[in-house]
Ligand binder design. Sequence first.
Ligand SMILES: *[C@@H]1O[C@H](CO)[C@@H](O)[C@H](O)[C@H]1NC(C)=O
Ligand SMILES: *[C@@H]1O[C@H](CO)[C@@H](O)[C@H](O)[C@H]1NC(C)=O
Ligand SMILES: *[C@@H]1O[C@H](CO)[C@@H](O)[C@H](O)[C@H]1NC(C)=O
Length: 411
Amino acid sequence: MDLHSSLSLAMLISLCALLVLVIEPHPAWGSSRASFGLTATAPPPSGICAAAVIPRGYKCQEFEVTTDDGYILSLQRIPEGREGGALSKQPVLLQHGVLVDGMTWLMNSPTESLALILADSGFDVWIANTRGTRFSRRHVTLDPTNPDFWNWTWDDLVSHDLPAAIDFAFKQTGQKIDYVGHSLGTLIALASFSEGKQIDKVKSAALLSPIAYLSHMTTALGFVAAEAFVGEITTLLGVAEFNPKGEPVANFLKTLCADPGIDCYDLLSALTGKNCCLNASTVDLFLKNEPQSTSTKNMVHLAQTVRDGVLAKYDYGNTNYNLEHYGEAKPPVYNLSNIPHDFPLFLSYGGKDSLSDVRDVENLLDHLKLHDGDKLSVQYIKDYAHADFIMGVSAKDIVYNQIVSFFKRHQ
Ligand SMILES: *[C@@H]1O[C@H](CO)[C@@H](O)[C@H](O)[C@H]1NC(C)=O
Ligand SMILES: *[C@@H]1O[C@H](CO)[C@@H](O)[C@H](O)[C@H]1NC(C)=O
Ligand SMILES: *[C@@H]1O[C@H](CO)[C@@H](O)[C@H](O)[C@H]1NC(C)=O
């Protein structure tokens, strides 16, 4: 791993800690970690339905889905809104981003949270939880303490997790589904569609803070590059599970934030962008639930995406290994121009989002330039940053109403 990709990884790591620092500044590290009610290793006995959906007056069902490589994922279904309604509803699957889980869609009040707004707008809502997050930490043979459990990257989410969740909702409902992704949840869908996969089971897709090309993510963070934490990061890479609440990551961040040149308050703005519209009590709830684990290999793959400027499969960093895995010296590229041009897509991106940088979204849009005009809707929100799309108090008025009308338009 070279300096650039190590630094990219540092940025990604920092991101998960920054949210912590919004509420609890530097001296409170110990107490802030202790206040994480739910740890990745000791999941609460009840799932997302019992924690965040049923208490708010909605029906909710928990499902387990096993991927074709053996991961047992939890999936929630909110079959109808508080008012009930028609029997046959349009299914929609919500796919969260990296370092969070399905709870991310349920942080605000019912009239502000996308999952519940969709249920109340007549959709049959399905919530996915990626492998490694607290409700999806099982496998038919592997235990999470086994490093082999963590031998995957987002390529595997494209080829295993996403198909498992989509197939399941498709079979249960007997209908093509709508899709909503945020952040990494947009990347895995775009990659999948570009290979012609899932398109037969998905009716249309809404992509929030779309991530595909990541080359410009670095520029907002140029100053982080001045810090030489490569040693610590390399040590982290030895860990198969990337647990943002674990000691190695926490120690790394403590060092980072203790540096007189780094103000973690400013880092937040530099990393996610300056979120305009978050509610402090929502952020508090978010921190009680997130961040969640992912695999170190996944973080490395994301760092490669930042470094290389192309959207490609995981690079084994060695011609022979790449040949062995792909039959090619370089990892195959996901060509987003191959997404069928008549597939309905809605993209919403923010002017203040440093993870989904405007220039990178423009690069993505350039790859979609041959898309049928009436099948591509693009929304640009000047004041929004990364977290506003899932937790912003104004997101219903600005974004979610647009999603509902986009889905209804492409029924
Ligand atoms: C991880 O999985 C790949 C196949 O995807 C395999 O080639 C490799 O040997 C595995 N690595 C370890 C450390 O098990
Ligand atoms: C912020 O969240 C709290 C708790 O859910 C709620 O009472 C309050 O109305 C929210 N504020 C806004 C502006 O949405
Ligand atoms: C991607 O696909 C488009 C259209 O299908 C093609 O014109 C272009 O050459 C491809 N790009 C690469 C890098 O293969």
